[in-house]
Design a protein around this ligand. Structure first.
Ligand code: NDP
Length: 241
């Protein structure tokens, strides 16, 4: 699959596994990141995948970032909107900054990035946009009104844009992982995490590679008939990938 791909937040965690999976499948990949230069340098050294730093919450920065990547690797065939953050807190204590930082990084970013690549995908008759949502965008999670709202927003976006892209060869899908063993989850309180793992049907956290394999499938040329899909992974009483 000789395609070009951008993975936002592709230097760590789930994004890293996705970037590596796409590269293994023959894609030319660039991974973006926000500010953790050490992790990005380590990733680049270990994988040989190009990296570029910018804030995906900033529209103009996305425009410049995508232009720089496309000058180097050509027009974008595959966009993975994976970058995301959490700023958890009970709603009655949540600050406006906690709310808007998450909406900006997790949801505005999806508009900012998709807007750069969708017109070109449409005109070339091929594109894959895959949005990494979350099970918490489907079921809601206490302490995460901001994150649940952003991740639910990604699902609506996916289903709407899928309808606009379908007849032009552009598929738009969402993957909504359950809890995956990354730094984001490691930052959670041990007791909360133990309770969550107890509710996961397979009885363990997921591996980043398990999400990456699903994304690789959706990004493949062979997945052209799948669009507007929300794939859920291992949530309570919800289908497993
Ligand atoms: P990590 O915290 O491990 O990695 C996040 C990545 O996103 C990093 O590369 C980070 O860059 C980048 N990033 C964050 N904010 C921005 C920004 N504003 N601009 C550019 N890049 C940014 O996250 P995970 O791998 O755990 O999660 C990846 C995605 O999967 C997220 O969208 C998350 O919400 C979702 N998800 C995760 C689950 C989990 O259990 N881990 C479950 C369900 C969904 P830097 O290294 O520079 O900080």
């Amino acid at each position: 699959m000789a395609r070009t791909a951008i993975v936002t937040g592709g230097t760590r965690g789930i994004g890293r596994a996705i970037a590596e999976g796409l590269k293994r499948n023959g894609c030319t990949v660039t991974a973006s990141y926000a500010g953790n230069d050490d992790a990005a340098a380590k990733f680049k050294e270990e994988t040989g995948i190009n990296v570029l730093k910018w804030d995906v919450g900033d529209y103009e920065a996305c425009k410049a970032g995508v232009a720089e990547i496309e000058a180097a690797q050509g027009p974008t065939d595959i966009l993975i909107n994976n970058a995301g953050i959490t700023r958890d807190g009970f709603f009655h204590k949540m600050t406006p900054a906690q709310w808007s930082e998450v909406i900006r990084a997790d949801l505005d970013s999806v508009f900012n990035m998709s807007h750069q690549v969708f017109p070109g995908m449409r005109s070339r008759g091929f594109g894959r946009i895959i949005n990494i949502s979350s099970i918490n965008g489907q079921k809601g999670q206490m302490g995460q009104t901001n994150y649940s709202a952003a991740k639910a927003g990604m699902i609506g976006f996916t289903r709407a844009l899928a309808q606009e892209g379908a007849f032009k060869g552009v598929t738009v899908n969402a993957v909504a992982p359950g809890y995956i063993g990354t730094e984001m989850v490691a930052a959670m309180d041990d007791k909360v995490l133990e309770k969550i793992v107890g509710q996961i049907p397979v009885g363990r956290l997921g591996e980043p590679s398990e999400i990456a394999d699903c994304v690789s499938f959706l990004a493949d040329d062979k997945a052209g008939f799948i669009t507007g899909l929300l794939t859920l992974s291992s949530g309570k009483a919800i289908t497993t990938v």
